[in-house]
Write a protein that binds this ligand. Structure first.
Ligand code: HCA
Ligand code: CU
Length: 487
């Protein structure tokens, strides 16, 4: 189950095509009904002013068709690759990175086919830092070549077996060759965070000197923390004058935070993939990066990327690799904009900025209130009563809410149950012989429900008595407020 986009497009992942969402209701807050805007852009989390920061000026290298193809479940046929490339281009990513044309004959043909699409995004291919590979890459029609070689002792000793002098010479040869063909070249060190810092910086300085367009830092094993990222990128920023790209794996959950810190430290490009797919548990997700960056600079993100297309791209990729969008996915996850507790619902109704740092409308998404639960509050039920075009006084809504809560204590209830209680409760207001609130209850449920109602009545009576006692004792206002808030 997943919130639907606002454009009426068919929904996936369990949401009905008509937008119905079991147990939840879409709604506009009073605040928005009055024509006031979500105030998320006026938040205290503006980027820290720093002339090296690129938080308000970053580029995306979208690697679903390279890193994403390394995801366990991924298999992209040519048609799917083309669909994904076009969708990413329409979304507005700056570069699209493709699997090495040396991986297989079909990979080479697909790379050529995508280059011929005439997309706005730059098309890059990702190859080993080796002349054999770059010679093939430059013939495919790409705008640029991303080369990579392992620099950590783990990879030097147990993977390719080459020393730093060999790596430096290979890098320079490859860079000069790609540049001689008039193409863009990026040099990246694999496993940068477990590489020797002095080795790494002297390698980057050498490739910068021969005119590489971009250097890349890769947290290949997902070990880096935001602070380590900041330190390394800021140090590198002082050593090279070219662009800096960063690539973060998510093994220890820092991929988005690391990307943000890299930009704060002066990185220019971030690698992403749709839903984060890649080796193991993947890399910085495109949607997650958007969520992070829109909080920092809404105008830049909204101005540059067609955010309403995010959900469709995620659905396309999720279908292709046969996975579901996780319930807690940034922006598009089933519960990303769903509010449940009565206190939250009440505040959201008044002004959504109270519990939303991101405006779902920026992504063409809707917020939901989960009102069919024991945590619901009378404000949420009142909003539902209005949606059902019924009229009740606040006192009646409060009583009806108590009934819903009592029933939700007996068994999980769906939106239909809550609606049915509301409607029957409303009908009973004008009847002498009341109808049962829910016709389909078992004898046992009825008993429990009655018991719950008695308990609730007891609580109400107790509160009334306490209120009465407070009044009589003339309790000071501050103390009284505290009692009510804690109730
Ligand atoms: C890999 C390579 C890579 C490369 C990143 C880059 C990594 O698949 O192991 O080119 O910057 O994570 O190191 O994806
Ligand atoms: Cu990677």
């Amino acid at each position: 189950m997943c919130p639907t986009v606002d454009d009426g497009a068919p929904a996936t992942n369990g949401v009905q095509a008509n937008g119905s969402h079991e147990g939840f209701t879409k709604f506009e807050s009073d605040f928005e009904k009055k024509g006031k805007a979500h105030t998320v852009n006026k938040n205290p989390y503006q980027p820290v002013g720093d002339f090296l920061s690129n938080v308000s000026n970053f580029k995306i290298i979208e690697s679903t068709l390279r890193e994403g193809e390394q995801f366990a479940n991924a298999y992209f046929d040519t048609e799917t690759k083309i669909k994904i490339a076009k969708a990413l281009d329409e979304f507005g990513v700056d570069c699209i990175e493709l699997t090495s044309p040396c991986a297989s004959e079909q990979s080479r043909l697909d790379c050529e086919a995508i280059c011929k699409l005439g997309l706005k995004a730059k098309i890059l291919t990702h190859v080993r830092c080796h002349m054999d590979d770059v010679k093939v890459a430059v013939e495919t029609g790409v705008d640029g070549v991303d080369v990579v070689i392992g620099t950590s002792s783990f990879l030097r000793e147990h993977s390719h077996g080459k020393d730093m002098t060999y790596i430096k010479n290979a890098a320079i040869e490859v860079i000069e060759f790609v540049k001689s063909k008039g193409l863009e070249i990026r040099f990246s060190s694999e496993d940068s965070f477990r590489s020797d810092l002095v080795d790494l910086l002297s390698l980057y300085a050498a490739v910068d000197k021969v005119g590489v367009n971009r250097v890349g830092i890769a947290d290949t094993v997902g070990c880096a923390s935001p602070r380590q990222v900041y330190d390394l990128v800021r140090t590198l920023r002082g050593v090279v004058s070219c662009d800096i790209e960063c690539h973060f794996h998510n093994d220890s959950g820092c991929a988005i935070a690391n990307a943000y810190c890299a930009l704060e430290a002066g990185a220019t490009h971030i690698d992403t993939s749709v839903i984060g797919i890649g080796e193991r548990n993947g890399i910085t997700p495109l949607g997650g990066l958007m969520a992070r960056m829109i909080v920092a600079d809404r105008d830049y993100v909204k101005g540059k990327y067609d955010l309403h297309k995010l959900k469709a791209i995620e659905d396309l990729v999720a279908d292709s690799v046969e996975i579901n969008i996780p319930f807690n996915n940034y922006i598009t996850g089933f519960s990303a904009f769903t509010h449940k507790a009565g206190i939250h619902a009440k505040a959201i109704l008044a002004n959504p900025s109270t519990y939303e740092i991101i405006d779902p409308a920026d992504f063409g998404m809707k917020r939901y209130v989960h009102f069919a639960s024991r945590l619901t509050g009378w404000n949420a039920i009142k909003s539902r009563v209005e949606q059902l075009s019924l009229t009740m006084t606040d006192a009646q809504v409060k009583l009806c809410t108590a009934k819903i809560k009592a029933l939700a204590d007996v068994r999980p209830i769906a939106i239909d149950d809550a609606d049915s209680i509301i409607r029957t409760f409303h009908g009973n207001l004008h009847k002498e012989n009341e109808d049962p609130l829910l016709p389909n209850m078992t004898e046992e449920e009825k008993k429990k429900f009655e018991q719950k109602q008695r308990e609730l009545n007891g609580v109400t009576e107790k509160r009334e008595l306490e209120d009465q006692a407070d009044k009589e004792a003339e309790v000071p206002q501050a103390k009284k407020t505290k009692t009510v808030a804690g109730a």
